[in-house]
Write a protein that binds this ligand. Structure first.
Ligand code: FES
Ligand code: FES
Length: 167
């Protein structure tokens, strides 16, 4: 006879998001993207596909890019998360964000939070990436608008290199 199991009890996790301490009450099924958007109210991180395909939910977990739609909230207990909201200093965009505006690296903007976080992780690991390295680092971030050249140019500009190298 099949017996219905009671739902798993919720658990309180703690996490630091963009330098701020948060607590969230989560169940085992909750994903990091739900914690960020629905519990903490940081809606910059997008939930484009909820299946690991588009990259729009990319955030940094302990400085490494992860897909928040595939990352269990329970895995994030006690860890550091950075989202797109943590890039600007108040009203002042950071160098990478400014470069995206300069180079047409964003149009509708839906992919942009995830692209920015992947690019941030790249630039922290590699201060002067080549166009090929930029494309590799961003291959999990889909964009239906820009054709990608503007994105690569923006990362080149942000790293102090000349844009326009993409063939
Ligand atoms: S929403 Fe996570 S990969 Fe698309
Ligand atoms: S700017 Fe529209 S999806 Fe990338």
């Amino acid at each position: 006879m099949n017996e219905l199991r009671p739902p798993a009890k919720p658990r309180v996790i703690t996490l630091t998001v963009n330098g701020e301490y948060h607590e969230a009450t989560v169940r085992p099924r909750h994903m990091l993207v739900e914690v960020l958007r629905e519990m903490i109210g940081l809606t910059g991180t997008k939930d484009g596909c909820a299946s690991g395909t588009c990259g729009s939910c990319t955030v940094l977990l302990d400085d490494r890019p992860v897909l928040a739609c595939l990352t269990l909230a329970l895995e994030c207990d006690g860890r550091n998360v950075r989202t797109v909201e943590g890039l600007a200093d108040g009203e002042n965009l950071n160098t990478l964000q400014e470069a995206f505006l300069d180079q047409g690296g964003t149009q509708c903007g839906f992919c942009t939070p995830g692209v920015l976080m992947s690019a941030t992780a790249l630039l922290e690991a590699n201060a002067k990436p080549s166009p090929a390295e930029i494309k590799k680092a961003l291959e999990g971030n889909l964009c239906r608008c820009t054709g990608y050249n503007g994105i690569v140019d923006a990362v080149l500009q942000a790293s102090g290199q000349s844009p326009g190298q993409v063939e």
